[in-house]
Write a protein that binds this ligand. Structure first.
Ligand code: NDP
Length: 249
């Protein structure tokens, strides 16, 4: 999976939604999916960032993406239902869903952890992916071959001191992924669901989490794209309910 070579048309005619598509891993994933033929629905909170991804995809001659500004911290059920309606009207189905957006919160002992920050992290990292998935399941069911990726983390598998709500939210993400994979493992087998840990990757989040680290020590998001492609394309059919790592251990 880590050295997967995707054919250039791997994702032709596929409709793929990426959250947090304006920067970091999500930005690169959105552009990579578009470069392999997908029509990408760019979801994020900063419209200007989404517009610049849109422009880059368009300038490269890839399928025209769609932009949906959405702040996952404040969005309510109605917003997700409206998003599902727009996708239904424009595409009639969804073939891929990359839950990528996330926030770090603070790195503090639990005893001192700010309850408001705790709620924000849980809202963006857990409740929003739940609400988004819930609204989009009917559209995933309309796909002949759909893939859902939840973004986990090393501290979502083994918790470490001071990672607070972030670690707990990623444990919940793993739970959400496993539960959904089991529920959707029906006779049609048309929706697979997996949790993916990107591993240390050169982004703003990583720089905030490890301010003393030299960014050059970690691979850029481009380097971890093989598994992001593998999981969205037909070659991962049958891979379901797994805990995967984007970088070799
Ligand atoms: P970044 O902080 O670089 O990017 C996070 C993305 O999420 C941004 O596009 C951001 O939008 C978006 N986002 C944050 N809050 C909201 C919100 N309220 N509503 C909508 N979008 C929002 O992080 P990474 O690219 O590093 O992380 C991507 C995923 O990978 C996360 O889930 C993270 O937990 C996970 N991860 C990353 C690792 C790493 O080393 N980088 C390691 C393990 C896991 P905007 O740009 O507008 O702020």
């Amino acid at each position: 999976m880590h050295d997967y070579h995707a054919p250039s048309d791997l994702l032709a005619d596929r409709i793929i939604l990426v959250t947090g598509a304006g920067s970091g891993i999500g930005r690169v994933a959105a552009k990579t999916y578009a470069a392999h033929g997908a029509t990408v629905i760019l979801v994020g909170r900063t419209t200007s960032k989404l517009e610049s991804v849109y422009d880059e995809i368009e300038a490269a001659g890839h399928p025209k993406p769609a932009i949906v500004p959405l702040n996952l911290e404040g969005a309510v059920v109605k917003d997700y239902d409206e998003l599902a309606m727009v996708i239904e009207e424009n595409f009639g189905r969804l073939d891929g869903l990359l839950h990528n957006a996330g926030i770090l919160g603070s790195r503090t002992p639990l005893e001192l952890y700010d309850p408001e920050t705790w709620n924000q992290v849980m809202q963006v990292n857990v409740t929003a992916p739940f609400l988004l998935t819930r609204a989009l399941i009917p559209l995933l069911r309309q796909s002949a071959d759909a893939s859902v990726i939840f973004t986990s983390s090393g501290v979502g598998r083994t918790a470490k001191a001071y990672w607070g709500a972030y670690a707990v939210s990623k444990f919940a993400t793993e739970g959400l992924s496993q539960l959904l994979a089991d529920e959707l493992d029906d006779d049609r087998h048309n929706i697979r669901v997996n949790a993916l840990n990107p591993g240390a990757t050169r982004t703003n989040m990583r720089a905030h989490a490890y301010p003393a680290e030299s960014p050059g020590n970690n691979p850029p998001p481009e380097d971890i794209m093989p598994i992001y492609l593998y999981l969205m394309g037909r070659d991962s059919q049958g891979i379901n309910g797994q805990q995967l790592d984007a970088q070799p251990k």
